[in-house]
Write a protein that binds this ligand. Structure first.
Ligand SMILES: [Ca+2]
Ligand SMILES: [Ca+2]
Ligand SMILES: [Ca+2]
Length: 195
C-alpha cells in the first residue's frame, strides 16, 4: 500500500519533459516540380498550386534540399494545408521555416495552426528563418496546419521544415502540490485505521 501511494504521488509530480515531435516534414522525399497539387505527408493543395523547388529546379536557397514556393506557376497560389490528430488539453507548437521569394517581390503568408493564426510579411531577400505558433487543444481531434501566400503572381515566399511538437509538462507545480498533500493524507488515514 505504501509503495503504491508513493508511486501515485511520484507519477503526479511535474516532469521537466523535453518537447516531443508529433509531425515533421522537410519535403526532401517529394518529387520536385511546378504546379504541384499532391504531396507526401497528408498535405492538401486547393484553389491553385504550389511549386516544389530545390536541387536541379530553381534552387534559390541551396543547402535546404527541397522546399515549397507557396505561389505555384498557374496564376493562382494554392492553399497548402494538413490535418493532424492531436491529444486533448495539450499545448502544441508549430514551427516552420519561411524565406522571402528571392525574386524581387515581397509576400504575405497567412498561417493557421489549430485555433491560432498569424500573417507574416517577407521581403524578397529574407533568408530562411524559423517561426513558431502555439495553442492548447480542447478535445482530441484533427487540427489544421494551413499556409496561404497572398497574390497569384507565381512568385511566392518559400517554406521548409514544418514541425509540430508538444511543449513542456502539462502538470503545473501548483496543481501537483495539493494532489500530493491529499495522497499523503489518505496514506496517514489508512495507517491510523490499521493500527
Ligand atoms: Ca527541405
Ligand atoms: Ca512559383
Ligand atoms: Ca508574389
Amino acid at each position: 500500500m505504501k509503495n503504491l501511494i508513493f508511486a501515485v504521488v511520484l507519477s503526479s509530480l511535474p516532469i521537466a519533459s523535453h518537447a516531443t515531435s508529433v509531425f515533421g516534414d522537410n519535403f526532401n522525399t517529394d518529387t520536385i516540380g511546378l504546379n504541384k497539387t499532391t504531396f507526401n505527408g497528408g498535405w492538401t493543395i486547393a484553389s491553385g498550386t504550389v511549386d516544389l523547388i530545390g536541387p536541379g529546379l530553381f534552387d534559390l536557397l541551396p543547402g535546404n534540399g527541397n522546399y515549397v514556393d507557396l505561389d505555384g506557376s498557374s496564376g493562382l497560389s494554392g492553399t497548402f494545408d494538413n490535418q493532424i490528430p492531436l491529444a486533448a488539453l495539450t499545448n502544441y507548437t508549430l514551427s516552420f521555416d519561411l524565406a522571402g521569394s528571392q525574386r524581387g517581390d515581397s509576400n504575405t503568408v497567412n498561417v493557421i495552426f489549430g485555433t491560432t493564426s498569424q500573417s507574416y510579411m517577407l521581403a524578397s531577400s529574407d533568408p530562411f528563418s524559423t517561426y513558431m505558433l502555439s495553442f492548447t487543444t480542447n478535445g482530441a481531434a484533427n487540427y489544421q496546419i494551413f499556409f496561404k501566400n497572398n497574390g497569384g503572381d507565381n512568385i511566392g515566399a518559400l517554406l521548409d521544415n514544418v514541425n509540430v511538437s508538444t511543449g513542456v509538462s502539462e502538470v503545473p507545480i501548483p496543481a501537483a502540490l495539493p494532489l500530493m498533500a491529499s495522497a499523503l493524507g489518505i496514506f496517514g488515514l489508512s495507517r491510523r485505521r490499521k493500527s
